[in-house]
Design a protein around this ligand. Structure first.
Ligand code: KG4
Ligand code: ZN
Length: 318
């Protein structure tokens, strides 16, 4: 059963080919360079670049997997959520291939894809509690069994990745700012600057606009007072607050739902601190499996969409 999966929801165009659950190729055309000077993703530019790049991504993916188009049995694509123009290009490519081959076309959800990206290298033991942290989403999802997605908590405003990117922009860094803050934070004092933990309440929901505003206000205040901002310390303090905000709620969810597997997925799961904290939390609560995807499966990629498609097909749910 050979699947060709397409992911195009934001500024990456990616095609993966999977055979019986094995990733044969996962080619990604990233537009980070083109968007970085604008401080964020420009939707119109993203879809135009998808049109320019899809053909070589398709050819490379077929070549790397030693496949011909005719070997493909199923075509799948990310249908939502994402930038509408970017999604349409992915759908168009998928639909064209499916029409040409007369093979089934399956639509997939991007967030479910991020979660199943963690099931590629290791296998879930249910129930699974997943922390989804990306540029557009911050969620806690519970899967009592395969493909049963239960939204436990979500952000009420900004996503954590968005918060990283906006703070980084004000500090003068290019998009995406998350990896830059992460790197600088490693050598900083996380107690130097005081920032608030928002929505520290009984719910499982998050709020990151408060942390964003407090960070921007503090930067402005320090600048106005001509006080030097120690960049590494600021990044470390910001990062500690952002991760504490996530983990307070996630640990509460572990205690209530008693998962056998915990996982952290989405672009922000590439963060060094969150990765090491996750392993520690796993030990603290005696969790059977702590699955943190390899970096290539953290940010947007089509292998996660292929894995999700495979799971739906194996479980006969599509
Ligand atoms: O999942 P993703 O590739 O795209 C969306 O679906 O949004 O996530 C992109 C986000 C960006 O906000 C980026 O700054 C953040 O992931 N990110 C990081 C790191 N690497 C990527 N945030 C913190 N630390 C990192 N190392
Ligand atoms: Zn994503």
């Amino acid at each position: 059963m050979r699947i060709l999966a397409i992911e195009s929801s934001c500024d990456e165009f990616s095609i993966s080919i999977m055979d019986k659950g094995k990733v044969l190729s996962n080619v990604i055309s990233s537009q980070i360079k083109e968007h970085s000077e604008f401080g964020g993703v420009i939707p119109e530019l993203a879809s135009r670049l998808h049109v320019e790049n899809f053909h070589w991504v398709l050819l490379d993916s077929l070549q790397q997997s030693n496949s011909q188009l005719e070997d493909i049995d199923y075509i799948s694509y990310t249908s939502n959520p994402g930038l509408i123009g970017s999604l349409i290009i992915g759908k168009l490519v998928a639909q064209t291939i499916s029409t040409y081959l007369k093979k089934p076309l399956l639509d997939m959800n991007h967030i479910e894809g991020h979660i199943y990206g963690a099931n590629i290298e290791q296998k879930f033991q249910y129930p699974v509690l997943a922390l989804v942290v990306s540029g557009g989403h911050t969620q806690i999802q519970l899967l009592k069994e395969s493909l049963s997605f239960e939204l436990i908590g979500t952000t009420q405003d900004d996503a954590v990745g968005e918060c990283y990117d906006k703070v980084a922009r004000v500090l003068g860094f290019n998009y995406p700012g998350g990896p830059v803050i992460d790197k600088l934070a490693q050598n900083g004092n996380d107690k130097k600057y005081k920032l608030p933990i928002s929505k520290n309440d009984d719910s499982y929901d998050f709020s990151f606009s408060g942390l964003k505003t407090a960070s921007l206000n503090l930067i402005n205040k320090l600048n106005q007072n001509n006080e030097e901002i120690i960049i590494e310390d600021f990044c470390a303090s910001f990062q500690k607050t952002a991760i504490d905000t996530l983990m307070i709620k996630f640990e509460k969810a572990i205690k209530e739902f008693k998962p056998n597997t915990i996982t952290v997925v989405g672009g922000v799961s590439a963060n060094q601190s969150i990765r090491s904290i996750f392993y520690k939390v796993g030990e603290k609560y005696n969790i059977k499996k702590v699955i943190i995807p390899d970096l290539k499966y953290c940010t947007d990629n089509a292998a996660m969409i292929a894995e999700l498609t495979n799971e739906y097909l194996v479980k006969d749910k599509k």
